[in-house]
Design a binder for this molecule. Structure first.
Ligand code: PLP
Length: 445
């Protein structure tokens, strides 16, 4: 941030106000800490400031905590709630199937019905396979790439997240010191991780680094995997031509191109990033939005690759895979998203752009350096002067000020992801956007 002095938000006062408003969350967290490691169910939630909130219900764009405080929600369960909380059409479909049994460990109609819907929607989906989480389905994709090519290594990009398996939880959010010390070696995130993953790590949007990696490792690279829009480290788009370049260099080297569309799938467009950007990968992984909030993940890909799963050569297993409850949720979610020529996407894009522009204006009015990346249904606010093109570029943003801002917004009744990312759902409307922009003006005042 150079010599720039960020204004101080009265965050102490905001935290005190939240403690007064949400005593039920404070006491529950203290209780949970005595039984649940970290008091939360996923490591990333531990860092929520000023304390993790306990929620009792959600409806449309709103979420309510155990003390009855109602918030406009832009966290949206970290992305899955593309239709908002508890959309009627999805709840109804789930209810219908709940009465018929939760899981069969055998076949049922929803499996091929949802597979057929995805086939129609997703450009690369000649065949699909189901699992429960994004982490699992990425492992199936990488295994398939190894089996098809007979190669052991894969290329990933710095800052990209592909789940929490040892093989991919590498060079996710390394510090500048770690990068200086270890790059280009893959950098594990936590203790106890295996490091023999075969990962080759390069910077996002760095064409010559990818070319060099292919020059050195090309004959051993089974796959290149990327978030086609780098949502997990600042919503950083590929530079013009970069995805096309990845498509070409993988084709030329007999390496599979995998788009990890766990976030972008059914969010950027009905057909995901591959439809939005017009680049068709060999394989793509989906989770989050496709299940509308239920635990479903999907591998989609060309038949020639997916045949290895069909033949049983590549193992794809899972007790709860494709159970009727999650597929009922997926069916209803995809029906709503597809309705009226995908009208929900026009609305999410338009609302997201209005919100993004309104936020930028309010930060600029306060002379706070700010830029935004991506747009519409998912975008990021960065408190820095220069638009980031790589994960490293995001290291210069004023993250602590943004967290203070997010705390002030919470006090104003708006739930945000505290890393600067904003998700919009089809349930959000003009009223929520107006309320959010008013709250932003007060939070920054
Ligand atoms: N891939 C991407 C791009 C993700 O954003 C995530 C989760 O945030 C995953 C994979 C892992 O998905 P899950 O949390 O369902 O295991």
């Amino acid at each position: 941030m150079g010599t720039y002095e960020a204004p101080k938000l009265n965050v102490h006062q905001r935290e005190e106000s939240l403690r007064r408003k949400a005593p039920g969350s404070v006491s529950r967290h203290e209780r949970a800490l005595k039984s649940l490691a970290g008091g939360v169910s996923s490591g990333l939630r531990r860092s929520a400031k000023p304390f993790p909130l306990y929620f009792s219900s959600g409806s449309g764009p709103h979420i309510e905590d155990v003390d009855g405080n109602r918030y406009v929600d832009y966290m949206l369960g970290w992305g899955p709630l593309i239709l908002g909380h508890a959309p009627a059409a999805v709840s109804e479909e789930i209810r219908l199937h709940l009465g018929r049994g939760y899981t069969f460990g055998g076949q049922h109609d929803l499996e091929f019905e949802v597979a057929e819907m995805i086939q129609k929607i997703v450009p690369c989906a000649e065949r699909v396979a189901f699992a429960n989480s994004g982490t699992e389905i990425v492992q199936v994709a990488l295994r398939l790439a190894r089996a098809y090519t007979g190669r052991q290594k894969y290329l990933k990009f710095e800052g990209h997240y592909h789940g929490w398996d040892d093989s991919v939880l590498l060079s996710y959010h390394p510090s500048a010191t770690q990068i200086a010390q270890f790059y280009p070696s893959p950098i594990p995130v936590g203790l106890g991780q295996r490091v023999d993953s075969g990962a080759v790590v390069v910077e996002w949007n760095n064409q010559s680094a990818v070319e060099e990696a292919f020059r050195v490792h090309g004959a051993e690279l089974s796959a290149v995997i990327c978030e086609p829009l780098l949502c997990n480290s600042g919503c950083i788009p590929a530079k013009p031509g970069f995805l096309e370049f990845l498509r070409k260099i993988t084709q030329a080297n007999g390496t599979l191109l995998i788009f990890d569309e766990v976030i972008t799938g059914f969010r950027l467009a009905l057909g995901g990033a591959q439809q939005h950007y017009g680049i068709v990968p060999d394989l793509a992984t989906f989770a989050k939005a496709v299940g509308g909030g239920m635990p479903l993940s999907v591998l989609a890909g060309r038949e020639v690759y997916m045949d290895r799963i069909a033949s049983g050569e590549v193992v794809h297993a899972g007790t709860l895979n494709g159970n009727p409850i999650v597929l009922a949720a997926a069916k209803a979610t995809l029906q709503v998203l597809s309705a009226n020529g995908g009208e929900a996407y026009q609305r999410m894009w338009s609302l997201g752009e209005t919100l993004k522009e309104g936020l930028l204006r309010r930060f600029k009015e306060r002379n706070i350096p700010v830029v935004a990346t991506a747009g519409g249904p998912v975008f990021q606010i960065h408190l820095q002067n220069k638009e980031p093109h790589t994960y490293r570029d995001t290291l210069m943003s004023n993250k602590s000020f943004y967290v203070d801002f997010a705390v002030a917004m919470l006090d104003e009744g708006i739930v945000l992801l505290q890393d600067g990312r904003w998700y919009i759902s089809a349930a959000h409307g003009d009223e929520e956007i107006a309320r959010t922009l008013d709250a932003t003006s007060r939070a920054l005042a």
